[in-house]
Design a binder for this molecule. Structure first.
Ligand code: FAD
Ligand code: NAD
Length: 446
């Protein structure tokens, strides 16, 4: 190690200040010397560019606010992209915040803007970045990713959304609600294609009713500039004219240019850093140099959600402090905060290989709550493993599903026996009452 790195030696160096911020603060509070390296804003993507602005705009859309009011509220919630208060909290916790992009230059040493920092443990929490789809000419036309769509004040008159996953669905609803003419292009036959089909179908219906034009089962082939904006050509021979394309075609773990190859960490540009259940980075076939390397969040490719990143962060903290803790990913929620909202957890019926699933479902229209809310949209389905007789998955779409489905998340995680679940009493009138006939039906089938 050079004298330089020796002078700046820390017990732990954390790369990335999203979930990495939690790791840095907790380890510093536990008495470790910690440097947190952040190349953009301390706090990561969620508070400034992702979860918080999108959820705030979706809420404003539900309330029927004007675009100007919604943007003002969004910018207030994202603190006008000012991270000084969060950086100050880090300093208070005893963390040294280092601004700039970090990369490992050799075992035990990270370099940031020409300065070296030594570490005993390294934590990689560098998140993910949008995938740019290989559409001919896309670099020649005006595009946004969710970053721009959630920070700019402009409301495009005609917007094409490429992708019908969580980002595409949430942002289509936002822009359609505030008056943009939205066309969503998704190569799969459904929105949220990896989930139980009724989720994407119900959401598609809601988006169409708001005026969005959904082109499902169709790929974008090429894009070109026109006098009035751009033209996107599609695989079915049609084209769409618009002012801007919003790219929402997935994200990939941010592993490039981190110097991971110098420390024998196994990673893949699509799947990210391979970690074991303790969030310890797996070594390459050649073996590791013995350096302790950990990873948390999107960069691990395990579950790209803030709650999953924060969970892994807590697992890393325990293990760095020598208290062994293993992550359990059986019940990580997958929510989409549209109206109606979507919530899936555990096994998807489309990806239940090796399990014999028993399924039962119920339309929310049958609940008293639906009458109260004057909204008959939605359904819940529960999936049990026939062999073990416990819930292993669930899917729901309906108002506030992200709130009332927590109960099922707990049931899956705790493997609560069906005999207890069928004995649970739900308040009247709530959507939770829908679970009762579903659970009875499952119990009868098992
Ligand atoms: C539009 C959108 C909406 C979303 N909404 C939700 C939601 O409602 N709920 C939910 O649970 N999830 C949501 N997500 C996903 C969520 O944002 C991510 O799962 C979460 O931010 C991952 O946290 P992380 O710590 O892994 O990475 P990030 O929060 O991305 O933090 C990584 C940080 O590392 C920094 N960094 C990267 N490389 C380096 C380097 N070499 N040196 C220094 N710093 C570096 C980056 O600047 C970044 O600040 C959404 C995502 C998007 C795109
Ligand atoms: N509420 C939330 O928790 C939330 C909200 C937004 C994003 N996220 C997370 O952020 C990540 C990124 O979201 P996302 O929606 O971009 O990714 P995604 O992987 O969920 O969906 C991407 C979609 O784009 C489609 N696609 C691929 N290539 C395309 C192309 N060339 N043209 C058009 N469509 C194409 C795919 O078929 C897929 O349906 C996800 O992992 C998501 O879970 C979470």
């Amino acid at each position: 190690m050079t004298d330089d790195a020796q002078d700046r030696r820390y017990d732990v160096v954390v790369l990335g200040g999203g979930s990495g911020k939690n790791i840095a603060a907790e380890l510093a509070r536990a008495g470790r010397s910690v440097a947190l390296v952040e190349g953009r804003l301390v706090g990561g993507e969620c508070p400034y560019f992702a979860c918080m602005p999108s959820k705030t705009l979706l809420h404003s859309a539900r309330l029927g606010e004007t675009w100007e009011h919604a943007v003002a509220r969004r910018d207030e919630v994202t603190r006008h992209l000012e991270d000084a208060p969060t950086a100050a909290q880090m300093a208070e916790a005893g963390v040294t915040v280092v601004r700039g992009r970090g990369r490992v230059v050799r075992p035990g040493v990270v370099e940031v803007e020409g300065t070296e920092y030594g570490y005993t443990d390294l934590v990689v929490a560098t998140g993910s970045e949008p995938v740019r789809p290989p559409v001919e000419g896309i670099d020649e036309v005006p595009t946004w990713t969710s970053d721009e769509a959630l920070t700019r004040p402009d409301l495009p008159r005609r917007l094409i959304v490429l992708g019908g996953g969580a980002v595409g669905c949430e942002l289509s609803q936002i822009y359609a609600a505030f008056g943009s003419q939205v066309t969503l292009v998704e190569p799969a036959e459904r929105l949220l294609a990896a989930e139980a089909p009724f989720l994407g179908e119900t959401l598609a219906d809601a988006l169409r009713r708001m005026g969005a034009d959904l082109r499902l089962g169709v790929a974008a082939t090429s894009a070109e500039r026109t006098e009035t904006g751009l033209r996107l050509r599609l695989s079915d021979g049609n084209h769409i004219d618009a002012d801007r394309i919003l790219i929402a075609a997935g994200r990939r773990p941010r592993v490039a240019d981190l110097g991971l190859e110098t420390i024998g960490v196994r990673f893949d540009p699509e799947r990210g850093i391979a970690v074991d259940s303790t969030c310890h980075a797996a070594p390459t076939a050649e073996g590791t140099d013995g350096t302790n390397v950990w990873a948390a969040g999107d960069v691990t490719g395990v579950a790209p959600y803030t709650h999953a990143a924060n969970y892994q962060a807590a697992v890393v903290v325990s293990n760095v402090l020598g208290k062994r803790r293993e992550a359990d990913y059986r019940a990580i929620p997958r929510a989409v905060y549209t109206t109606p909202s979507v919530y899936a957890v555990g096994v998807s019926p489309l990806a239940a290989s090796g399990l014999e699933l028993v399924a039962a479902g119920y339309d929310l229209a049958e609940t008293a709550r639906a009458a109260v809310e004057d909204d008959d949209r939605g359904r819940v389905e529960l999936y049990a493993d026939r062999a073990r007789g416990v819930l292993v998955g669930a899917a729901a779409v309906g108002l506030y599903a992200e709130e009332w489905m927590s109960e099922i998340t707990l049931a899956i995680r705790a493997e609560t026996p069906l005999s207890i679940l069928t004995d649970v009493v739900h308040a009247f009138p709530t959507y939770g009452e829908a679970f009762e006939p579903v659970l009875r039906e499952l119990a009868e089938q098992l």
